[in-house]
Structures are given as structure tokens and as C-alpha cells.
Design a protein around this ligand. Structure first.
Ligand code: PB1
Length: 334
């Protein structure tokens, strides 16, 4: 007689049993954050070659794009500004200009979509002439004090313009406490959350984004301030520092190649919501593989999202959000 412990298939022979075996990996609208690219021309709509199906949008086009997604249950967006006329300079002055598309769209989005949680990426790379995420010294290296001062200024501007959440992707040492100190100093620390890109790696998978946001470094790379892609200890030390400095929520970025760190960081910091960023290269990889018949996009994407949730991800930042909301809506109908 077979040992009863070896008989497993009686526990998952139908979809309900399989769902019960998969608890904690559910995907709902509240587990998704939708990154969007906002351009200066309010009526602009520009397809992004490196990210098929994704557009840079002006504010008016963004409203049209978001309305049906809100009806499908969209809960949050992550805003990225893209310049085409405003100047880029050494310190990224246009990042917090009153003419910046993010600064202009925040009050409108708050009015149009009062229940939408609006996060803003905070960085300088899309606004600096050199394309790096901080302010540089004359030798081309990062000036940390000037960088975190600038990042805190930009964060404050977005907070005052209506952002619910600030997401500094610059990776400068000390930027979280600089932002939190500024929010406290201006009496709004209870009105804005800080989502730290706490474990963000120097990844190959950002290429399509840099095309989308016109944010490629003009020289060198970001390996001096984004974490080494094969490191682990630094991810834990950077995350512990950001927790200590007041980050409300944490992130691992990119996602798929770093799920081990999602798990180990969620284990070490169980009380902080953990975001996983499915970055542009992961989007493009899945899109093109499915388009070329390697697998069904929905099956592959849902399997990956399930893995991200199983590893400990509470919220997944993904460009596939509209597609997923569509699928969730259809699923709820049957
Ligand atoms: O989807 C993506 O690839 C995201 C890229 C990410 C946006 N936060 C950055 C990575 C990079 O270009 O180095 C931008 C850094 N501020």
C-alpha cells in the first residue's frame, strides 16, 4: 500500500482545489501600479518603439487613456515626465519647473480621478544634460550632498502639487531621509508616502525605458549608484538604511531576475509593503516572445506575476496593467 504522504494529486485535481493550494498569490487591481509616461504636449500621443503598445501621452491623452482603466478598477499610477522642449541642464532644473508635465498634471489627475493613488518617480536623469540620476562634480562623479538636496526639492514640489506618493529612483545615499526631513519641515509628512526604490540594481533590463523617457546617460553608466546586479548584502543594507530613514514602502527592481531578493527582503522586513517593478526590458521580453509564438502572453505573464506575489511582492509595478485589468474584469464576469 502506497505511503499516504506520497499521494498528492488528490489535493489539486480541480481548479478550486488548485486555488486553495495557491493562497497568497492572488492578483487584484490593488496589487498593481501602472507606470505612465507624460509628455509636454498636452494632446500628444507617441508610440514608444522599444515598448510596443505603450505610448508617451500628453495630459489630455492620459485622461482619455485612464478613464476606462479606472472603470476596470485601476488603483494607482506611477508618473514619469518626458521632456521634448523644456531645457535639460546640469542640475535638472526642469524636474520641478511649473511647466513640467508632472507638475501640471497632478492637480488635474486629483480632480478627474479622486480615488486614484498617484505616485511620482523622483529622479534627475530625464532632466539633466548628462543623463545621470544626480548632480555631478567636475570629474563626472556624483556629488552626493547636492544630489540629495535636488532630489528632496523635486520630491517636495511633486508633493505640494498633489502627489500621494514619492518614489525616488535615483538611488543616492541618504535621499530618503532628505525627502522625509523636507516633508516634516513643510508639515506634510502625514500626507505623502515615500516608496523607496530600496533595492534597485544596475540592470540591462532598463534599455527600453531609457528610449521611452529619453534618459540614457550621456557617458558612462549607473553602476556607481545602482546596486551591482549580482550583489545581495548591499540590497539588504540599502533596504535596512531606507527603512531606518523612514521609507513607508520598499521595492525590488527589476523583478524576475531578483525574486530571491524579494523573498529575503520581505522576510527581513515583513511589516513594509514590498513593491516589485516589472521593468521595461521584462515587458519587451514577454511582448516579443509571445508575439513570436514562444508562449501565450496571458499564461506567461500571470505565471510570472504569481511568482512575484509568492516571493513576497505585495504590489507589482507593470506596464501590462491595462491588459491585466481587462483579464480580471472578464474573469469576474464568469
Ligand atoms: O521600466 C524601466 O526600465 C524602469 C527604469 C527606471 C525607472 N525608474 C530607471 C532605470 C534607469 O534608467 O537606470 C530610471 C532611473 N531613474
Amino acid at each position: 500500500m502506497m505511503d499516504k504522504l506520497n499521494i498528492l494529486q488528490g489535493g489539486y485535481f480541480n481548479s478550486t482545489l488548485r486555488t486553495w493550494q495557491s493562497s497568497g498569490t492572488e492578483i487584484g487591481a490593488h496589487n498593481l501600479m501602472y507606470p505612465v509616461f507624460i509628455m509636454e504636449n498636452d494632446d500628444g500621443l507617441e508610440p514608444i518603439g522599444s515598448m510596443p503598445g505603450i505610448n508617451r501621452m500628453g495630459i489630455n491623452q492620459l485622461k482619455i487613456h485612464l478613464e476606462p482603466l479606472i472603470k476596470l478598477g485601476l488603483k494607482s499610477v506611477l508618473l514619469f515626465g518626458v521632456l521634448d522642449k523644456l531645457p535639460k541642464d546640469e542640475v535638472g532644473s526642469s524636474a520641478d519647473s511649473d511647466r513640467n508635465p508632472i507638475v501640471r498634471c497632478l492637480p488635474l489627475l486629483r480632480t478627474w480621478f479622486p480615488d486614484l493613488t498617484i505616485a511620482c518617480d523622483v529622479c534627475l536623469c530625464g532632466y539633466t544634460s548628462h543623463g545621470h540620476c544626480g548632480v555631478l562634480d567636475s570629474d563626472g562623479t556624483i556629488n552626493n550632498p547636492k544630489s540629495i538636496k535636488r532630489i528632496a526639492e523635486v520630491a517636495l514640489k511633486y508633493a505640494k502639487s498633489g502627489a500621494h506618493m514619492l518614489a525616488p529612483s535615483d538611488m543616492m545615499d541618504g535621499r530618503i531621509i532628505a525627502i522625509k526631513d523636507s516633508l516634516v519641515e513643510h508639515g506634510i509628512s502625514n500626507k505623502v508616502a515615500v516608496l523607496s526604490y530600496s533595492a534597485k540594481f544596475a540592470s540591462t533590463f532598463y534599455g527600453p525605458f531609457r528610449d521611452a523617457a529619453h534618459s540614457k546617460p550621456s557617458f558612462g553608466d549607473r553602476k556607481r549608484y545602482q546596486l551591482p546586479s549580482c550583489s545581495k548584502g548591499l540590497a539588504h543594507r540599502a533596504t535596512a538604511r531606507d527603512v531606518q530613514n523612514g521609507a513607508d514602502m520598499l521595492m525590488v527592481k527589476p523583478g524576475l531576475a531578483y525574486l530571491d531578493l524579494v523573498q529575503s527582503l520581505k522576510t527581513e522586513f515583513p511589516h513594509h509593503p514590498m513593491f516589485v517593478y516589472q521593468v521595461s526590458g521584462e515587458y519587451a521580453m514577454l511582448y516579443h516572445a509571445a508575439k513570436n509564438g514562444a508562449f501565450d502572453l496571458k499564461d506567461a505573464l500571470m505565471e510570472i506575476l504569481c511568482g512575484m506575489r509568492r516571493a513576497g511582492g505585495d504590489v507589482i509595478i507593470t506596464y501590462f496593467t491595462p491588459l491585466i485589468l481587462d483579464w480580471l474584469s472578464l474573469k469576474s464576469k464568469y
